[in-house]
Design a protein around this ligand. Structure first.
Ligand code: SF4
Length: 675
């Protein structure tokens, strides 16, 4: 008999859907959406609905600890007991610490599961106490957007997703919502039924762009120029809200001075969009209220990414679109929750002077013979760096080093796990309890385990509890239960928790975050939390960063003619599900007919895509979905989908963005020929 059980999707996606999981004989047999979370309202994406039972119970699932018995990367392992595996980890890591000091150890973790416990709780307590090097992981994705938001608005939430349905004009900017932000579409459709206009700004004619009243297919990396030009056109039309600006905005004059260097005529050429469409957008934005911008992650992934986001964030402030439900900017959702990271991860354990390493530099640093102390032990968990990081070939070289001891903690034998010395089997989120704030909507959820851990797998929290015991860490912080960790993750006394202890949150409904009993409306119910208390278009705190206090634009100089963008797929969440047969096809390379014709390429043929960093072989799809000069292939495919073992990450550059030292995937420049 199938029993329905409540759960939550933990994947790296803004939506954080509530789930109804069918369980029979201790196995997950179906995954559907539930209505516990009113935002996600019973719908989930196809990839989760179709993939999870096989992902949890299929042959690819890791069930036992493994130890490598062949060359790194070959995937030759033998089964071990937990005792044996933990002994080896303890011996090898202790030897590294003894020889090089604890900072020779690095946790290389990212955002596999988004639950607060599995994400990073006991794990960071362990690494902080060990004295391992600290990892700045945000630069890989989302860090630029987060830094741009914080610089402009401070630690305050933006427009909640549900208010989009009240908007009269919705600008979806660099957000492939029908694939990456499914439940934004529901809000958009509700608004459209009430007569709202939809504008999409994206180099590709995505599904949301097809449904839009206006689509601006701008060149990647030119968002800052487009936003400036809209500001200049608003000024020309008399569309600046000087009363709002005077009261709530800092840096107006300096921002506009920079923007005026890019009037619409010039911007249209740089961005590659029709001048009339740019002007139409500015006019609609002036005339319509509430008007909301919903940005995505794609537009941050270039060297002007921080500037683009900051200039876009300035538009609702300049045009006075805040202060009303359904207006402003959908963003800052993660700031809606009363998180208490200091209690959860215990940074007080960190030895003074411990270094912090940028996740994007890890491969280079592993290969750096001058680094002191060197990196000699890695714990890879919640992450598949070989597939996800820019500079894939360098990462492969780094993970291949025999003098670097690698512990992997994973659900499946990913490409990265094949380089581990010891692999510890992790439980899926169906097998442990966790707490789920979202980063795309403002509801808090909790889930319990719906099945027992498969095989000998263990939740991340228990794995690090056992590691802490092995290393002799006897502070009570290392024996905290999962319920205690949940209670350490959020401030139960905050009014937003409505009297609930985090570990006792109801399972059948999500808790809406409210401020003084109301939804956030910036400059009405919540306020900028910047140093000035205003919306900062010029941000003194960024003066020392590469980007500077004001947005700026630098054209990318490159010797290869085509821009390769690598968005998310409707088959995988980054690289999760990549090991499943349904997600294992080689992604196509999309190319505009004009670019294909000038190269004599034919639809369906295999092509070689290359630059100085690597070469990838992909089937060609000729389509006007992409604009001329841009080619597109989905990220996240595993190495076995590629004849030469290189995927699109091999082509991604390793330089960094103007903010948060973030990744610039979409600055990849390539050439394409018949392969
Ligand atoms: S991946 Fe996103 S859209 Fe799909 S079920 Fe999970 S949270 Fe929902």
């Amino acid at each position: 008999m199938v029993l329905p059980k409540a759960s939550v999707c933990p994947l790296d996606c803004p939506d954080t859907c509530s789930l109804a999981v069918g369980v029979e004989d201790g196995r997950v047999v179906s995954v559907r959406g539930s209505k516990a979370n009113p935002i996600t309202h019973g719908a989930v994406c196809a990839k989760v609905a179709h993939s999870y039972p096989e992902f949890v119970h299929g042959p690819g699932r890791l069930r036992y600890p493994l130890m490598r018995n062949g060359p790194k990367g070959q995937g030759e392992f033998v089964r071990a007991s937990w005792e044996q595996a933990l002994d080896v980890v303890h011996q090898r890591v202790s030897a590294v610490v003894q020889r090089h000091g604890p900072q020779a150890v690095l946790p290389l973790n990212y955002a596999g599961p988004h639950g607060m416990l599995a994400g990073d709780s006991m794990s960071l307590r362990f690494f902080h106490r060990l004295g391992a090097s600290l990892l700045s992981r945000d630069p890989l994705c989302g860090g630029i957007r987060s830094a741009a938001y914080s610089a402009t608005f401070g630690d305050t939430p933006g427009t909640p997703l549900q208010q989009v349905s009240q908007s009269r004009l919705i600008i979806v900017w660099g957000n492939n919502a029908s694939v990456c932000n499914l439940h934004l579409m529901r809000q958009i459709n509700a608004a459209k039924r009430r007569g709202a206009r939809l504008v999409a700004i994206d180099p590709r004619r995505t599904r949301v762009a097809e449904q839009a009243h206006l689509h601006l297919p701008l060149r990647p990396g030119t968002d800052v120029v487009l936003a400036w030009a809209i500001a200049v056109e608003l000024e020309r039309l008399g569309g600046l809200d000087h009363a709002f600006i005077g009261k709530h905005v800092l840096g107006f004059a300096a921002f506009m001075e920079a923007a005026r260097a890019y009037p619409p005529e010039r911007a249209a050429t740089i961005c590659g969009v029709p001048l009339e469409d740019l002007r139409t957008l500015a006019r609609w934005y002036q005339d319509t209220s509430p008007a909301v911008i919903a940005w995505g992650n794609g537009l941050e992934r270039n060297q002007n990414g921080g500037s683009g986001l900051r200039a876009i964030a300035a538009l609702p402030a300049l045009a006075g679109k805040f202060g009303v439900a359904g207006g402003g900017l959908v963003g800052g959702a993660s700031r809606a929750f009363p998180k208490t990271p200091d209690r959860l991860t215990r940074p007080d354990f960190i030895p003074p002077g411990t270094r912090t390493l940028n996740i994007l530099d890890v491969a280079r640093l592993i290969l750096d013979e001058e680094l002191h102390p060197p990196l000699k032990a890695l714990f890879i968990y919640n992450h598949n760096p070989l597939i996800v990081h820019p500079g894939q070939n360098r990462m492969r070289q780094a993970l291949s080093r025999d003098d670097v001891f690698i512990v992997g903690i994973e659900l499946a034998m990913t490409d990265s796990m094949r380089y581990a010395d010891v692999v510890l089997p992790a439980a899926t989120h169906f097998e442990y309890a966790d707490l789920y704030p979202a980063y795309g909507q403002q509801y808090l959820q909790r889930a319990e385990a719906v099945i027992a851990p498969v095989g000998e797998s263990l939740p991340n929290t228990e794995i690090f509890r056992r590691l802490a015991a092995r290393f002799g860490f006897n502070d009570p912080a290392f024996t905290a239960s999962d319920a205690e960790l949940m209670d350490a993750a959020m401030n139960a006394d905050d009014p937003r928790m409505q009297g609930h202890r985090p570990s006792r949150l109801p399972l059948d409904r999500a808790l809406k975050m409210e401020f003084g009993g109301a939804e956030p409306i910036l400059c009405k119910t919540v306020w900028p939390r910047t140093p000035s208390g205003k919306i900062e278009l010029e941000c003194a705190a960024l003066a020392e960063q590469r980007g500077g206090a004001l947005p700026h634009y630098r054209p990318l100089l490159a010797r290869y003619p085509l821009t390769l963008i690598t968005p998310a797929s409707d088959q995988r969440i980054t690289s999760t599900f990549g090991g499943l047969a349904a997600s294992d096809a080689t992604p196509a390379l999309q190319m505009h007919p004009d670019d294909a014709a000038s190269r004599g390429l034919k639809d369906g043929e295999r092509v070689k895509v290359w630059n100085d960093s690597g070469e990838v072989f992909l089937p060609l799809q000729i389509t006007a979905v992409v604009r001329p000069g841009v080619v597109c292939s989905e990220k996240g495919a595993w190495l076995r989908t590629s004849p030469n073992g290189q995927t699109v990450s091999a082509l991604a550059p390793i330089h960094k963005a103007d903010l948060a030292d973030g990744a610039c995937f979409n600055d990849a420049r390539v050439e394409v020929q018949a392969g």
